[in-house]
Design a protein around this ligand. Structure first.
Ligand SMILES: Cc1cc2nc3c(=O)[nH]c(=O)nc-3n(C[C@H](O)[C@H](O)[C@H](O)COP(=O)(O)O)c2cc1C
Length: 363
């Protein structure tokens, strides 16, 4: 096996898995499904997590839960993020994920949503480092040879910052990496993420640390690495509508000039590829549904992405208004041609920043 130190600085390792770069797509509920993971990986993301999947749902083989496990066979390692409160449920859910092809399992200890925290899962699980240790130990024991990672927040609230203790407990119990979103559960998605805490966790543990929070541009991601020393950066809201961020980061890792934002033609190609991938995704999930209904549903599922793709662009408001009514790939394309005709100025609106209207709801 190659020694880590002999590999180029841009590569890293989690458990047995080597990654050619250090910029990953974060787990994003309702967003990091197979189509979007494919788009981001094609753009240069070295790795992408699934959205969070209920360990209980995996155990009971619920159709909606299993749909989260749809993956491109080229997606290696396939990393499934699971959530539950009980070590036993996490262990059994991890086994089910591995049976479905997972080569890495992440435990969500970061979700702030009441419905999840109310059961003791998500961010609630990380309130107690001993519970974190028990959850990790049970999961590691259930899936020998498969790395188990955790994703945590800074702590529950301002007076209860415990990410360093939690990361140490996870490492002691056998976790292969820890991802930190530097906001507290109480902050949700508002305020600023603490990168100082990412550095503190990096200094406290020997396993790889993945940093998350307020990465809106490629420059932010590079700065997070430089300022915190984290091993990899999770790009979350900054990738929504802008998978090209990974193209920029890949170029930076290779020491090449940062490519410009996509031209109108490149943008259309990716948006339409995303539409096509979403339709295929739907077809695999509902093979017996009529073709028109599959396509309409897929385009409906994609509305959020269409909105994100059009942010900051002249014509974006009208595009979004029209996007509510589109029902097929052909209608998406027609709307693009109507609202973004050839020859329109293609630069972003003056003063626009991707953190604007980014949306804050998430898990
Ligand atoms: C819509 C949305 C969905 C999310 N879903 C998940 C999830 O399923 N699992 C998880 O660990 N974090 C989830 N997150 C948190 C992100 O992975 C990331 O840690 C957070 O957005 C901070 O990064 P940012 O400020 O750069 O967006 C979600 C965030 C958003 C906005």
């Amino acid at each position: 096996m190659p020694v880590l130190g002999t590999r180029p600085a841009s590569s890293m390792q989690i458990g047995p898995h080597h990654f050619s770069g250090r910029f990953f797509l974060a787990p994003l509920a309702g967003v990091s499904d197979r189509p979007f993971r494919t788009i981001c990986r094609e753009m240069g993301a070295s790795f992408a997590y699934t959205e969070m999947v209920s360990a209980h749902g995996l155990l009971h083989g619920k159709a909606q839960t299993l749909a989260y496990l749809d993956r491109d066979p080229a997606e290696v390692p396939f990393a499934v993020q699971i959530f539950a409160a009980e070590p036993e449920a996490l262990a059994r859910g991890a086994e089910a994920a591995v049976q479905a092809g997972a080569g890495m399992v992440d435990i969500n200890m970061a979700c702030p949503v009441k419905k999840v925290c109310g059961t003791g899962a998500g961010a609630a699980l990380a309130r107690d480092p001993a519970a974190v240790g028990a959850a990790v130990a049970a999961t590691v024991a259930a899936i020998p040879g498969i790395p188990v990672t955790i994703k945590i927040r800074a702590g529950w609230e301002e007076g209860a910052i415990n990410c360093v203790e939690v990361a140490r407990a996870a490492e002691g119990a056998g976790a292969s990496a820890v991802a930190l979103h530097g906001r507290t559960r109480a902050q949700g998605y508002s305020g600023k993420a603490s990168w100082t805490l990412i550095r503190a966790v990096k200094e406290a543990v020997g396993i790889p640390v993945l940093g998350s929070g307020d990465v809106w541009t490629a420059a932010d991601a590079l700065r997070m690495r430089a300022e915190t020393g984290c091993d990899a950066v999770l790009v979350a809201r900054g990738a929504c509508g802008n998978p090209w961020i990974f193209r920029e980061l890949k170029a930076a890792e290779r020491g090449e000039p940062i490519p410009p934002p996509p031209s109108r033609e490149e943008w259309i190609e990716v948006v339409m590829r995303h539409v096509a991938l979403q339709i295929e995704h739907r077809q695999r999930q509902r093979p017996h549904q009529a073709g028109d209904a599959q396509e309409e549903q897929a385009v409906r599922e994609l509305r959020r992405h269409l909105l994100w793709y059009s942010r900051g662009r002249r014509g974006g408001v009208a595009f979004r208004r029209g996007g509510v009514h589109v029902k097929s790939a052909a209608e998406v394309r027609a709307l693009i041609d109507l609202q973004f005709p050839p020859g329109v100025p293609w630069e972003f609106d003056a003063g626009w920043h991707p953190a604007q209207d980014a949306g804050g709801e998430g898990s």
